[in-house]
Design a binder for this molecule. Structure first.
Ligand SMILES: Cc1ncc(C[n+]2csc(CCOP(=O)(O)OP(=O)(O)O)c2C)c(N)n1
Length: 288
């Protein structure tokens, strides 16, 4: 059966191939982002979302090329701005499943100011950050997640700054679902993506996604990644922060989940209904 017919029918199970655009990824051999792409196909297959129900918004960077390789709607946006664009898409049509995807430069450097606001609002989008601890597309400058001492063309004598801790930041900003995956473990990552999409609210998935060309960290992560302790309570924010602050181990899995907060787009729609028609005269009387 052709893919187009399968996509129209409710009774046909979609397969990973149904989410492929057919455009061949331009990433370097071994790039971690291949693992993230296949985990995303796998997650969409598990969720059985129709491609037209999904929008993948990205910024600019190697990782941000991901919408080209997916047979969903997609926006290859502006550097650092996937979150405001994704927020707008979700507000305009809350029925869509919206992803915001990009690199550590995109989301933690030029776009760093957007995450606290999107998390505080609890917009129901799933953010997947592909962290290679370097600027891949522009050829290996130091990024906010590069380790102290990291040598590159932008820090030739070693980075002085301490690296950002994306999971700690997401928890501190009030993200209601926070997880970490590793691109070399695509099956586990796809399960985290499924959980992130099912979560009603702002989900942040930090993915260690090594850059084979400029900063090959596979051996390091193979060594230091660790499963989430089996007794970790994902409703305990302090315990999640404690684990995320751990330097010796890079824990994979769900750090935190809180379903109690209403997503922004739902809340704002109810709010608009309660307020009723916008009254300009009343507004000017109170605020002008
Ligand atoms: C406003 C603006 N500033 C700078 C750039 C140049 N630029 C393009 S991608 C990028 C960083 C890429 O790093 P990252 O977001 O981590 O993605 P990666 O390529 O590593 O996947 C930069 C600085 C740009 N395109 N637009």
């Amino acid at each position: 059966m052709s893919t187009d017919i399968a996509l129209e029918r409710q009774d046909v199970l979609l397969e990973a191939k149904d989410y492929r655009s057919g455009v061949k990824p331009v990433w370097c051999p071994g790039c971690g982002d291949f693992g993230v792409l296949s985990a995303t196909y796998k997650a969409l297959t598990a969720l059985q979302l129709k491609p037209h129900e999904v929008v993948v918004v990205s910024g600019i960077g190697c990782s941000s090329r991901i919408p080209y390789f997916m047979r969903t709607y997609g926006i290859h946006g502006v550097h650092g701005r996937p979150l405001p664009i994704a927020t707008g898409v979700k507000m305009a049509n809350p029925a869509l499943t919206v992803f915001a995807m990009g690199g550590d430069g995109d989301l933690m450097s030029i776009g760093a100011g957007h995450m606290p606001h999107a998390a505080a609002r609890n917009v129901d989008i799933t953010v997947i950050m592909m962290d290679n601890q370097t600027y891949g597309l522009t050829k290996a400058q130091t990024s906010p997640t590069s380790a102290t001492g990291h040598i590159s063309k932008s820090t030739p004598f070693g980075a002085i700054a301490r690296p950002f801790k994306p999971v700690v930041l997401a928890l501190a900003y009030g993200a209601t679902f926070v997880a970490r995956g590793y691109s070399a473990r695509a099956n586990e990552l796809s399960e985290l993506i499924v959980q992130g999409v099912r979560h009603h609210g702002f989900s942040f998935i930090h993915v260690q996604s090594p850059c084979t060309e400029f900063h090959n960290t596979y051996n390091y992560y193979d060594e230091v990644v660790a499963e989430m302790p089996p007794d970790h309570d994902t409703s305990d924010l302090a315990a999640a922060l404690h684990l995320a602050l751990t330097e010796e181990r890079v824990h994979l899995g769900v750090f935190y989940g809180d379903e109690s907060r209403e997503p922004f787009e739902q809340h704002s729609r109810e709010f608009v209904q309660d307020v009723g028609e916008f009254n300009l005269e009343e507004y000017l009387r109170r605020f002008a």
